[in-house]
Write a protein that binds this ligand. Structure first.
Ligand code: PMP
Length: 449
């Protein structure tokens, strides 16, 4: 018999993500901490889902949103522009790579990814090259959960159930300097081979996260890799779309992760940290050369959504970008990188920590059964989940990811604390993580006896 949900949640009408879990109700956020209604405190070491870059409870952002709401909350982007969208785009243009100056605002990363591939397609169509439509992406990768964004994502456990609904885009292996250093994927050659296999005249764009987010645990490819990728894209007339939903807005210690590799994408996608979680905001940022053919042919981007360019949401983004600038938080994120990774390196003492990698205040910790052979845990052992659950019990919020090794196995936890974190809070975070790993190890031993 199917057990009624009300048995689990007698007092709620919310359709939760996990239907068998009892959720704590968070009522307040302050800096790096969250508080639930029982006054329990959690250190948000993952910034939610790598979102809360400026920390929780920043009054300036709330005030800016309230002011905008009281003035004009909504106008449709087809009929009007608004000051918040204009000023946000101008603030972004000041920090974006020089060639990227035009922003189109949406609400989620997935939407913006889908809009970016539509833009790439429309660009080639407008240039009279209608056969170019395919988008090459990588495995592992994550570009979102709506159907086309999921089709572009190399994350098998998210895809499997929906396989019949997905579009069959080509994917190449992502570089992996931990498990497969120097392989064809790491040198960029895999991209050229795939373009030739598909036929360059069919390929519109290559979509990649410059530093690979949660799906590969903050994997940082080399400058040479991106140099080669840029060269290949130029040779075969393939646009480069940088998915900086997670890495953009300072998370890796520079405004945009592509700056670490001196690459200037044709289209750049932002989300998460753009509003630091204060409103659902994302952006597709494009070079002028990408937009000009659209202006000259159909006269516009053939894409619209109710909440594109919405004033109240753009106001949250504008206040967030100004806050980042005013408090020099991107610089701070860069300066904290060393202390963050030095403290995290203590975790290498645990025999299950295979690799600790990342940039700025973005780290991925990869767990393995054996650091010498890099053998992963089996999925049945649910190692990443066990660490995340133990941390949760200790009041530490982590972000787990699984399956990056072969689509099934592979255990990672991500750390992405707010940029305002203090050194003693980094110490607290690492100490809580050590305690959690100790507990998982003890549990494992007691299960063996
Ligand atoms: N791209 C990347 C790199 C992401 O990390 C995410 C979200 N984790 C997305 C796209 C999708 O963003 P959203 O969940 O806002 O749709």
């Amino acid at each position: 018999m199917v057990q009624p949900l009300s048995y689990q949640y007698p007092d709620s009408h919310v359709f939760y993500r996990k239907l068998k879990r009892r959720y704590s109700c968070i009522v307040k956020g302050d800096g790096v901490y969250l508080y639930d209604e029982t006054r329990r405190r959690y250190l948000d070491a993952a910034g939610g889902a790598m979102v809360a870059n400026i920390g929780h409870g920043v009054a300036e952002i709330a005030e800016a949103v309230a002011t905008q709401m009281a003035g004009i909350a909504y106008v449709n982007g087809t009929a009007f522009t608004n000051r918040a969208a204009e000023e946000l785009a101008a603030e972004l243009a000041e920090v974006l790579p020089a060639s990227l100056r035009f922003s189109y605002f949406l609400c989620s990363g997935s939407e913006a990814i889908e809009a970016s591939v539509k833009l790439a397609r429309q660009y080639w169509h407008a240039r009279g090259r209608q056969s170019k439509w395919k988008i090459i992406s990588r495995t592992p990768s994550y570009h979102g959960n709506t159907l086309a964004a999921l089709s572009l994502s190399g994350r098998e456990h998210y895809r499997a159930l929906y396989q019949p609904l997905l579009i069959d885009f080509p994917r190449i292996p992502a570089p992996d300097s931990y498990r497969h250093p120097g392989c064809e994927a790491c040198t960029g050659e895999a991209l050229e081979q795939e373009i030739l296999k598909q036929g360059a005249e069919t390929v519109a764009a290559f979509l990649a996260e410059p530093i690979i987010g949660s799906s590969a645990g903050a994997m940082v490819p080399t400058k040479e890799y991106y140099g080669r990728v840029a060269e290949i894209c130029r040779t075969y007339d393939v646009l480069f779309i940088a998915d900086e939903v997670l890495t953009g807005m300072g998370r890796t210690g520079k405004w945009f992760a592509c700056e670490h590799f001196q690459i200037q994408p044709d289209i750049l996608v932002l989300g998460k940290g753009l509003s630091g979680g204060y409103a659902p905001l994302s952006a597709v940022v494009a070079r002028e050369e990408i937009l000009a053919p659209l202006a000259q042919t159909s006269g516009g981007f053939n894409h619209a959504q109710t909440y594109s360019h919405t004033p109240v949401i753009c106001a949250a983004g504008l206040a967030t970008v100004r806050y980042l600038k005013q408090h020099k938080l991107v610089q701070r994120c860069h300066e904290l990188e060393q202390v963050f990774f030095t403290k995290l390196s203590r975790l290498k003492e645990f025999g299950v920590v295979g690799d600790i990698r990342g940039k700025g205040l973005l780290a991925g910790i990869e767990f393995v059964k054996d650091p010498d052979t890099k053998e992963p845990f089996t999925r049945a052992e649910k190692f990443a989940e066990r660490v995340t659950d133990a941390a949760f019990r200790n009041g530490l919020i982590l972000w787990p990811n699984t399956g990056h090794v072969d689509g099934v196995n592979g255990d990672i936890v991500m750390l992405a604390p707010p940029f305002i974190i203090r050194e003693e809070q980094i110490e607290e975070m690492v100490a809580l993580l050590e305690r959690s790993l100790d507990q998982v190890a003890t549990e494992a031993q007691s299960n063996c006896v």
